[in-house]
Ligand binder design. Sequence first.
Ligand code: SF4
Length: 351
Amino acid sequence: MNALSDLTLEELQRRLAEWGFKPSHAARLLRSFYAGAGQIAWAELKVPGGLRERLESEYEAGRVPVAARQIAADGTTKLLLKLADGKAVEAVMMPDHREDRVAGCISSQVGCAMGCDFCATAQSGFERNLTAGEMVEQFLHLRGEARADGRRRQTVVFMGMGEPMLNLENVLEAIRRMAGNGLGGLGGRQITVSTVGIVPGIDALAAARLGVNLAISLHAPDDATRARLLPAGRRFGVEEIMAAADRFQAANNDRPMSIQYCLLQGVNDSPAQARQLAALLENRRMHVNLLHFNPTGASLSGRRYEASSPEAAKTFIAELRSRRVVTHFRRPRGRDIDAACGQLRQRVQIS
Ligand code: SF4
Protein backbone atom coordinates (compact mmCIF):
# COMPACT_ATOMS: atom_id res chain seq x y z
CA MET A 1 0.00 0.00 0.00
CA ASN A 2 1.24 3.52 -0.74
CA ALA A 3 1.52 6.24 1.86
CA LEU A 4 0.36 9.85 1.76
CA SER A 5 4.00 10.84 2.21
CA ASP A 6 4.68 9.35 -1.25
CA LEU A 7 2.42 11.86 -2.99
CA THR A 8 3.07 15.23 -4.50
CA LEU A 9 0.21 17.70 -4.52
CA GLU A 10 -0.26 17.16 -8.26
CA GLU A 11 -0.40 13.37 -7.85
CA LEU A 12 -3.05 13.60 -5.14
CA GLN A 13 -5.04 16.08 -7.24
CA ARG A 14 -4.99 13.58 -10.10
CA ARG A 15 -6.08 10.73 -7.83
CA LEU A 16 -8.99 12.72 -6.44
CA ALA A 17 -10.13 13.66 -9.95
CA GLU A 18 -9.95 9.98 -11.00
CA TRP A 19 -12.14 9.07 -8.03
CA GLY A 20 -14.66 11.78 -8.90
CA PHE A 21 -13.76 14.27 -6.15
CA LYS A 22 -12.71 17.87 -6.62
CA PRO A 23 -8.92 18.10 -6.98
CA SER A 24 -9.01 21.21 -4.78
CA HIS A 25 -9.44 19.00 -1.69
CA ALA A 26 -5.91 17.70 -2.21
CA ALA A 27 -4.17 20.85 -0.96
CA ARG A 28 -6.27 20.88 2.23
CA LEU A 29 -5.60 17.21 2.88
CA LEU A 30 -1.85 17.43 2.45
CA ARG A 31 -1.67 20.66 4.47
CA SER A 32 -3.45 18.91 7.32
CA PHE A 33 -1.20 15.83 6.97
CA TYR A 34 2.04 17.85 7.16
CA ALA A 35 0.79 20.24 9.84
CA GLY A 36 -0.32 17.25 11.89
CA ALA A 37 3.16 15.69 11.73
CA GLY A 38 1.86 12.76 9.69
CA GLN A 39 -1.68 12.59 11.02
CA ILE A 40 -4.84 14.11 9.56
CA ALA A 41 -7.34 15.89 11.78
CA TRP A 42 -10.31 14.52 9.84
CA ALA A 43 -12.86 16.00 12.21
CA GLU A 44 -11.64 19.50 11.37
CA LEU A 45 -11.52 18.92 7.64
CA LYS A 46 -14.43 19.76 5.41
CA VAL A 47 -14.23 16.96 2.86
CA PRO A 48 -17.08 15.21 1.06
CA GLY A 49 -18.47 11.94 2.37
CA GLY A 50 -16.64 8.93 1.04
CA LEU A 51 -13.30 10.68 0.47
CA ARG A 52 -11.84 9.66 3.81
CA GLU A 53 -12.88 6.02 3.29
CA ARG A 54 -11.45 6.00 -0.21
CA LEU A 55 -8.17 7.47 0.93
CA GLU A 56 -7.88 5.08 3.84
CA SER A 57 -8.53 2.12 1.59
CA GLU A 58 -5.70 3.11 -0.77
CA TYR A 59 -3.17 4.99 1.37
CA GLU A 60 -1.67 4.66 4.78
CA ALA A 61 -1.10 7.88 6.73
CA GLY A 62 2.36 6.58 7.62
CA ARG A 63 4.16 3.33 6.99
CA VAL A 64 7.46 3.96 8.72
CA PRO A 65 6.71 3.32 12.40
CA VAL A 66 9.11 3.94 15.27
CA ALA A 67 10.73 0.63 16.27
CA ALA A 68 12.98 1.99 19.01
CA ARG A 69 13.56 5.32 20.70
CA GLN A 70 16.48 6.51 22.79
CA ILE A 71 16.36 9.76 24.73
CA ALA A 72 19.58 11.19 26.08
CA ALA A 73 19.94 13.30 29.21
CA ASP A 74 20.49 16.38 26.99
CA GLY A 75 17.15 15.76 25.23
CA THR A 76 18.67 14.35 22.02
CA THR A 77 16.20 11.77 20.76
CA LYS A 78 17.23 9.04 18.38
CA LEU A 79 14.53 7.13 16.52
CA LEU A 80 14.97 3.80 14.81
CA LEU A 81 12.34 3.63 12.08
CA LYS A 82 11.12 0.42 10.54
CA LEU A 83 10.61 0.45 6.78
CA ALA A 84 7.96 -1.57 4.98
CA ASP A 85 10.53 -4.12 3.77
CA GLY A 86 11.79 -4.76 7.33
CA LYS A 87 14.93 -2.63 6.98
CA ALA A 88 15.59 0.20 9.41
CA VAL A 89 17.00 3.72 9.44
CA GLU A 90 17.79 6.28 12.09
CA ALA A 91 16.55 9.85 12.52
CA VAL A 92 17.67 12.14 15.32
CA MET A 93 16.13 15.17 17.00
CA MET A 94 18.59 17.55 18.66
CA PRO A 95 17.06 20.28 20.82
CA ASP A 96 18.71 23.66 20.42
CA HIS A 97 19.77 25.78 23.39
CA ARG A 98 17.05 28.21 22.24
CA GLU A 99 14.00 26.63 23.72
CA ASP A 100 11.64 26.81 20.71
CA ARG A 101 14.12 25.34 18.20
CA VAL A 102 15.20 21.91 17.20
CA ALA A 103 17.45 20.38 14.54
CA GLY A 104 16.52 17.12 12.90
CA CYS A 105 18.99 14.79 11.24
CA ILE A 106 17.57 12.42 8.66
CA SER A 107 18.90 9.50 6.63
CA SER A 108 18.90 9.29 2.85
CA GLN A 109 19.90 5.64 2.37
CA VAL A 110 19.70 2.33 4.23
CA GLY A 111 23.35 1.79 5.07
CA CYS A 112 25.95 3.52 2.96
CA ALA A 113 28.35 2.58 0.19
CA MET A 114 30.90 5.27 0.96
CA GLY A 115 32.88 3.23 3.47
CA CYS A 116 34.22 6.12 5.56
CA ASP A 117 36.60 4.43 7.93
CA PHE A 118 35.44 6.06 11.18
CA CYS A 119 31.69 5.65 10.56
CA ALA A 120 29.42 3.03 12.17
CA THR A 121 26.97 3.14 9.24
CA ALA A 122 29.74 2.22 6.81
CA GLN A 123 30.22 -1.10 8.55
CA SER A 124 26.85 -2.43 7.41
CA GLY A 125 27.47 -1.54 3.76
CA PHE A 126 24.85 -0.22 1.37
CA GLU A 127 21.38 -1.79 1.24
CA ARG A 128 19.18 0.58 -0.73
CA ASN A 129 18.15 4.14 -1.42
CA LEU A 130 15.28 5.62 0.56
CA THR A 131 12.27 6.91 -1.31
CA ALA A 132 11.25 10.55 -1.01
CA GLY A 133 8.25 9.43 1.06
CA GLU A 134 10.46 7.53 3.52
CA MET A 135 12.56 10.65 4.05
CA VAL A 136 9.44 12.78 4.44
CA GLU A 137 8.21 10.40 7.13
CA GLN A 138 11.43 10.80 9.10
CA PHE A 139 10.89 14.56 8.94
CA LEU A 140 7.29 14.15 10.13
CA HIS A 141 8.28 11.87 13.02
CA LEU A 142 10.88 14.41 14.11
CA ARG A 143 8.30 17.17 13.81
CA GLY A 144 6.02 15.17 16.10
CA GLU A 145 8.84 14.68 18.62
CA ALA A 146 9.69 18.39 18.48
CA ARG A 147 6.09 19.42 19.05
CA ALA A 148 5.80 17.06 22.01
CA ASP A 149 8.85 18.85 23.41
CA GLY A 150 7.23 22.26 22.86
CA ARG A 151 9.55 23.19 19.99
CA ARG A 152 8.02 24.55 16.79
CA ARG A 153 10.98 25.92 14.83
CA GLN A 154 12.57 23.06 12.99
CA THR A 155 15.62 22.70 10.79
CA VAL A 156 16.62 19.56 8.92
CA VAL A 157 20.00 18.27 7.89
CA PHE A 158 20.64 15.30 5.61
CA MET A 159 23.49 14.00 7.70
CA GLY A 160 22.18 10.67 8.92
CA MET A 161 22.80 7.33 7.27
CA GLY A 162 23.84 7.47 3.62
CA GLU A 163 25.38 9.91 1.17
CA PRO A 164 22.54 12.17 -0.09
CA MET A 165 24.29 12.97 -3.37
CA LEU A 166 24.11 9.29 -4.34
CA ASN A 167 20.32 9.36 -3.98
CA LEU A 168 19.88 12.90 -5.19
CA GLU A 169 16.69 12.57 -7.22
CA ASN A 170 14.76 11.26 -4.21
CA VAL A 171 16.47 13.72 -1.85
CA LEU A 172 15.44 16.64 -4.10
CA GLU A 173 11.86 15.41 -4.17
CA ALA A 174 11.82 14.99 -0.38
CA ILE A 175 13.16 18.53 -0.01
CA ARG A 176 10.44 19.89 -2.29
CA ARG A 177 7.82 18.31 -0.02
CA MET A 178 9.45 19.30 3.27
CA ALA A 179 10.03 22.86 2.06
CA GLY A 180 6.89 23.38 0.01
CA ASN A 181 4.29 25.92 1.01
CA GLY A 182 1.20 24.05 2.03
CA LEU A 183 3.29 20.92 2.67
CA GLY A 184 6.17 20.84 5.15
CA GLY A 185 6.54 24.61 4.90
CA LEU A 186 10.13 24.62 6.13
CA GLY A 187 11.73 26.79 3.47
CA GLY A 188 15.02 25.93 1.80
CA ARG A 189 17.10 27.91 4.29
CA GLN A 190 16.06 25.56 7.06
CA ILE A 191 17.39 22.55 5.17
CA THR A 192 21.03 21.49 4.81
CA VAL A 193 22.39 18.76 2.59
CA SER A 194 25.68 17.33 3.78
CA THR A 195 28.08 15.50 1.49
CA VAL A 196 31.50 13.92 1.78
CA GLY A 197 32.28 15.72 -1.47
CA ILE A 198 30.56 14.13 -4.46
CA VAL A 199 31.31 16.87 -6.97
CA PRO A 200 28.65 16.08 -9.63
CA GLY A 201 26.05 15.94 -6.84
CA ILE A 202 27.09 19.36 -5.53
CA ASP A 203 26.67 20.81 -9.01
CA ALA A 204 23.32 19.07 -9.50
CA LEU A 205 22.07 20.37 -6.14
CA ALA A 206 23.08 23.89 -7.15
CA ALA A 207 21.31 23.48 -10.49
CA ALA A 208 18.10 22.41 -8.72
CA ARG A 209 17.94 25.92 -7.19
CA LEU A 210 16.04 24.91 -4.09
CA GLY A 211 17.77 27.47 -1.89
CA VAL A 212 19.02 24.86 0.57
CA ASN A 213 22.32 24.98 2.42
CA LEU A 214 25.30 22.79 1.63
CA ALA A 215 27.69 21.32 4.17
CA ILE A 216 30.92 19.63 3.15
CA SER A 217 32.16 16.83 5.40
CA LEU A 218 35.83 17.47 4.79
CA HIS A 219 37.45 15.87 7.86
CA ALA A 220 40.97 16.52 6.54
CA PRO A 221 42.58 19.43 4.69
CA ASP A 222 44.83 17.29 2.48
CA ASP A 223 44.19 14.56 -0.06
CA ALA A 224 46.41 11.93 1.56
CA THR A 225 44.73 12.01 5.00
CA ARG A 226 41.34 12.31 3.39
CA ALA A 227 41.91 9.32 1.15
CA ARG A 228 42.72 7.22 4.20
CA LEU A 229 39.59 8.34 6.02
CA LEU A 230 37.05 8.59 3.20
CA PRO A 231 37.03 6.64 -0.04
CA ALA A 232 35.41 9.68 -1.69
CA GLY A 233 38.72 11.41 -1.07
CA ARG A 234 40.35 9.16 -3.65
CA ARG A 235 37.83 10.16 -6.28
CA PHE A 236 37.59 13.89 -5.67
CA GLY A 237 40.52 15.93 -4.41
CA VAL A 238 40.15 18.66 -1.80
CA GLU A 239 40.72 21.46 -4.34
CA GLU A 240 38.15 19.96 -6.69
CA ILE A 241 35.58 19.74 -3.90
CA MET A 242 36.24 23.28 -2.75
CA ALA A 243 35.87 24.53 -6.32
CA ALA A 244 32.45 22.81 -6.50
CA ALA A 245 31.56 24.36 -3.13
CA ASP A 246 32.52 27.78 -4.51
CA ARG A 247 30.24 27.21 -7.52
CA PHE A 248 27.40 26.15 -5.20
CA GLN A 249 27.90 29.23 -3.07
CA ALA A 250 27.95 31.54 -6.08
CA ALA A 251 24.66 30.01 -7.27
CA ASN A 252 23.22 30.37 -3.77
CA ASN A 253 23.59 34.14 -3.25
CA ASP A 254 27.00 33.68 -1.61
CA ARG A 255 25.35 32.42 1.55
CA PRO A 256 27.95 31.20 4.09
CA MET A 257 28.62 27.47 4.00
CA SER A 258 29.77 25.03 6.60
CA ILE A 259 32.69 22.64 6.62
CA GLN A 260 32.21 19.62 8.89
CA TYR A 261 35.36 18.30 10.49
CA CYS A 262 35.32 15.42 12.94
CA LEU A 263 38.37 15.66 15.20
CA LEU A 264 40.16 12.32 15.48
CA GLN A 265 43.07 11.88 17.83
CA GLY A 266 46.40 11.71 16.04
CA VAL A 267 44.76 11.56 12.61
CA ASN A 268 43.56 15.03 11.62
CA ASP A 269 43.90 17.16 14.75
CA SER A 270 47.44 18.55 14.60
CA PRO A 271 48.14 22.30 14.68
CA ALA A 272 49.73 21.95 11.21
CA GLN A 273 46.50 20.47 9.86
CA ALA A 274 44.53 23.30 11.46
CA ARG A 275 46.78 25.80 9.67
CA GLN A 276 46.35 23.92 6.40
CA LEU A 277 42.57 24.04 6.85
CA ALA A 278 42.73 27.76 7.60
CA ALA A 279 44.78 28.32 4.43
CA LEU A 280 42.19 26.39 2.42
CA LEU A 281 39.42 28.59 3.75
CA GLU A 282 41.22 31.89 3.33
CA ASN A 283 39.03 34.28 1.32
CA ARG A 284 36.11 31.86 1.47
CA ARG A 285 32.87 32.57 3.34
CA MET A 286 32.85 29.22 5.05
CA HIS A 287 32.80 28.37 8.71
CA VAL A 288 34.05 25.23 10.38
CA ASN A 289 31.89 22.98 12.53
CA LEU A 290 34.19 20.76 14.54
CA LEU A 291 32.46 17.55 15.52
CA HIS A 292 33.11 15.45 18.56
CA PHE A 293 33.81 11.84 17.58
CA ASN A 294 31.75 9.12 19.25
CA PRO A 295 33.91 5.96 19.30
CA THR A 296 32.29 2.92 17.70
CA GLY A 297 34.90 0.19 18.28
CA ALA A 298 37.04 -1.23 15.50
CA SER A 299 36.64 0.57 12.16
CA LEU A 300 36.31 -1.00 8.72
CA SER A 301 40.10 -1.11 8.44
CA GLY A 302 40.40 -2.47 11.98
CA ARG A 303 41.65 0.81 13.41
CA ARG A 304 40.26 2.13 16.71
CA TYR A 305 39.68 5.85 16.39
CA GLU A 306 39.48 8.08 19.44
CA ALA A 307 38.14 11.58 19.90
CA SER A 308 40.77 14.31 20.11
CA SER A 309 41.80 15.27 23.61
CA PRO A 310 40.31 18.52 24.95
CA GLU A 311 43.78 20.10 24.77
CA ALA A 312 44.30 19.12 21.12
CA ALA A 313 40.81 20.37 20.24
CA LYS A 314 41.48 23.66 22.02
CA THR A 315 44.74 24.19 20.13
CA PHE A 316 43.08 23.28 16.82
CA ILE A 317 40.32 25.82 17.44
CA ALA A 318 42.81 28.49 18.48
CA GLU A 319 44.86 27.96 15.29
CA LEU A 320 41.74 28.39 13.16
CA ARG A 321 40.36 31.37 15.04
CA SER A 322 43.71 33.16 15.06
CA ARG A 323 43.47 33.01 11.26
CA ARG A 324 39.96 34.48 11.35
CA VAL A 325 38.18 31.25 10.49
CA VAL A 326 34.77 31.21 12.17
CA THR A 327 34.84 27.98 14.14
CA HIS A 328 32.23 26.23 16.23
CA PHE A 329 32.88 23.16 18.30
CA ARG A 330 29.62 21.27 18.42
CA ARG A 331 29.14 20.10 21.95
CA PRO A 332 28.80 16.31 22.05
CA ARG A 333 25.17 15.27 21.82
CA GLY A 334 23.47 12.23 23.25
CA ARG A 335 26.61 10.74 24.75
CA ASP A 336 24.62 8.48 27.06
CA ILE A 337 22.84 6.83 24.09
CA ASP A 338 24.17 5.23 20.87
CA ALA A 339 25.19 8.64 19.61
CA ALA A 340 27.12 7.77 16.46
CA CYS A 341 25.14 7.49 13.23
CA GLY A 342 24.29 3.83 12.59
CA GLN A 343 25.00 2.59 16.13
CA LEU A 344 21.41 2.12 17.27
CA ARG A 345 20.58 0.25 14.09
CA GLN A 346 23.59 -2.03 14.61
CA ARG A 347 22.42 -2.90 18.10
CA VAL A 348 18.66 -3.27 17.74
CA GLN A 349 17.25 -6.24 15.84
CA ILE A 350 13.99 -5.40 14.08
CA SER A 351 11.45 -8.17 13.97
S1 SF4 B 1 30.15 9.20 7.10
FE1 SF4 B 1 28.29 9.46 5.85
S2 SF4 B 1 29.03 9.08 3.76
FE2 SF4 B 1 30.60 8.23 5.12
S3 SF4 B 1 30.04 6.05 5.37
FE3 SF4 B 1 29.10 7.21 7.07
S4 SF4 B 1 27.01 7.66 6.34
FE4 SF4 B 1 28.26 7.12 4.54
